[in-house]
Structures are given as structure tokens and as C-alpha cells.
Write a protein that binds this ligand. Sequence first.
Ligand code: SF4
Length: 62
Amino acid sequence: MKLKVNKDKCIGCGQCISICSDVFDFDDDNLAKVVTPLVSEDMVEDATTAKESCPTGAIEEE
Ligand code: SF4
């Protein structure tokens, strides 16, 4: 699983980071960034939950 954050859609709510801080973090503009672009198997479930919880659909799978 490979993820990215669409910065044009992200509103910086922090939801993805609170669900899965191993994969997501804030960038310098207080928007989300993916810190582990290639998500390992043991993080896929949390990362998927974070992706599905994003209110703006900003988290995209590549
Ligand atoms: S949940 Fe979506 S809108 Fe909120 S910080 Fe994460 S990527 Fe941005």
C-alpha cells in the first residue's frame, strides 16, 4: 500500500495523524504529510482507517 496526501484537499484537521501517527504527521504548513509512503503490512489497517476517516478525501492511494 502506497499513500499520499493531496494538499489541495487537506484542511489540517489532524484526524489521520491521531489515528495513525506512524504514517501521517503535520508538515510545516500544518497540513498532513505521509511520513511512511510505503505502508508496511502491520500498519495497513490503521492507515486504511485513517484514509477512510479523512473528511475531505485527501488521502489517496497510489
Ligand atoms: S484527515 Fe484528511 S483533512 Fe484531516 S489532516 Fe488528515 S489528510 Fe488532512
